[in-house]
Design a protein around this ligand. Structure first.
Ligand SMILES: Cc1cc2nc3c(=O)[nH]c(=O)nc-3n(C[C@H](O)[C@H](O)[C@H](O)COP(=O)(O)O)c2cc1C
Ligand code: SF4
Ligand code: SF4
Length: 384
């Protein structure tokens, strides 16, 4: 396995794989991360309460039998907890405060040790929301944006943790991205018990931000389903608490590593025809000659069918995707995902000596090329 198999970077951090431990207040400290998530690309510990009001609110939560971390010296506590993580996983600390000053102080500490600050705009416990933290930040986008701008001036890598389906996800995600946050961590909680995967796809198709998808991941299939909607990483919270599956993070790391080695694009999108593909899936679309879903997707990016065809052919020039006379449209540039069985495509791959993983890596580059050259950038597509 290469050191940079997944090519996952943001700011000054590089993640060794796309699997993260998500925070559970009062539970996910450094000791928990060491025991359950030492192989994760990212461990997010906390949430740590940084001021008196959040610590008081946490005490009230403890009084009604919830777990919370409280401390008389939150910054020393924070520092010790980061130092307590023994693995080479990137560390993030999820934090809450009613005012900006403690967040700035924490940001400096976190940046100095090369970790990530994650602002908790997610917590829905009444005691927190009533004092203006957690979910309250999602309802006060101007304050959230102001805080992101100020925190980013410290130079820290900043993640914002939100929950989907609370406010307009696209407006919120775009505000967070344009304010300068590095990472958007989305709990895709929906109305039913499983994750709302459409929320991840919609955010993917509206922003370019580094995206962590979260909710209800308990096996590799769940992780793959979320990654296929455009999440750059996935995170797991409750799944790790399950006694029968306490090695879940390690299992996910093994599976995603084997998958990336074999298939070359660990978060490749679904095809657009099935209704679940995000815009990156245009890399797998046919020559746009028939009436199908491709026209709606390319229209969003401002392309006519001819312009889209020209763009893909321009990319193909000089690459191995140019080959494929015997395929449906005369070139691999129009060919489907590797996971779709096709003897015509595979015959061409064999003939030109292109492995499946290399084919998929070229398709990934193609998807980036299409989106970078869109006439309407994704973060400007009209939000209906
Ligand atoms: C007991 C518990 C405590 C949590 N505390 C926090 C928290 O302090 N901050 C936060 O951003 N998310 C918190 N979460 C949310 C989780 O990080 C995660 O988003 C959510 O549980 C959905 O993911 P899962 O289905 O993998 O558990 C908490 C979740 C649980 C179950
Ligand atoms: S162009 Fe082909 S792959 Fe794309 S949506 Fe249409 S039929 Fe499906
Ligand atoms: S040749 Fe196979 S992979 Fe290529 S477009 Fe046709 S069905 Fe898809």
């Amino acid at each position: 396995m290469t050191d940079d198999l997944f090519d996952l970077h943001t700011g000054y951090v590089t993640f060794k794989n796309p699997i993260a431990l998500a925070t559970m207040a009062g539970i996910t400290d450094s000791a928990f991360a060491n025991e359950h998530a030492d192989r994760a690309g990212l461990v997010i510990i906390g949430s740590f309460n940084l001021d008196e009001k959040t610590n008081d609110a946490a005490s009230k939560l403890i009084a009604r039998d919830r777990n919370e971390f409280i401390s008389d010296d939150p910054f020393e506590f924070l520092k010790n907890e980061i130092e307590g993580v023994q693995s080479d996983s990137v560390v993030a600390v999820n934090v809450r405060s009613t005012t900006i000053e403690p967040l700035l102080k924490a940001a400096k500490i976190v940046k100095d040790v090369g970790a990530i600050l994650e602002l908790d705009a997610h917590c829905r416990q009444e005691e927190m929301v009533d004092i203006g933290v957690g979910e309250a930040l999602m309802h006060d986008i101007p304050r959230l944006v102001d805080w992101i701008g100020k925190i980013k001036q410290t130079g820290v890598v900043l993640s914002i943790k939100i929950r989907a389906n609370v406010v307009n996800d696209i407006d919120l995600a775009r505000a967070i991205e344009s304010a300068g946050a590095d990472i958007l961590h989305v709990d895709a909680m929906g109305e039913v018990l499983s994750a709302d995967l459409r929320a991840i796809r919609h955010i993917r198709d509206s922003t370019n931000i580094f995206l962590i998808g979260n909710n209800s991941i308990t096996c590799f299939k769940d992780a793959k389903d979320m990654l296929a909607r455009g999440a750059d990483m996935i995170s797991v919270a409750r799944g790790v608490l399950n006694d029968s599956n306490s090695d879940l993070i390690s299992e996910l790391v093994d599976n995603i590593t084997a998958f990336q080695e074999a298939e070359g694009w660990y978060n490749a999108p679904k095809h657009i025809c099935g209704g679940e593909g995000d815009l990156r899936a245009l890399a797998f679309c046919c020559l746009p000659v028939k009436s199908c879903a491709v026209h709606n997707k390319i229209g969003k990016l401002g392309f006519s069918a001819q312009e889209f065809a020209n763009l893909k052919m321009e990319f193909a020039k000089g690459t191995l995707l140019e080959y494929g006379d015997s395929t449906c449209f005369g070139s691999l540039i129009w060919c489907c995902k590797l996971s779709k069985p096709c003897f015509l495509r595979d015959g061409v791959l064999d003939m030109i000596g292109l492995s499946g993983a290399e084919y998929m890596r070229l398709k990934k580059d193609l998807s980036i090329y299409i989106l970078e050259n869109a006439k309407i950038p994704v973060n400007e597509i009209k939000n209906k």
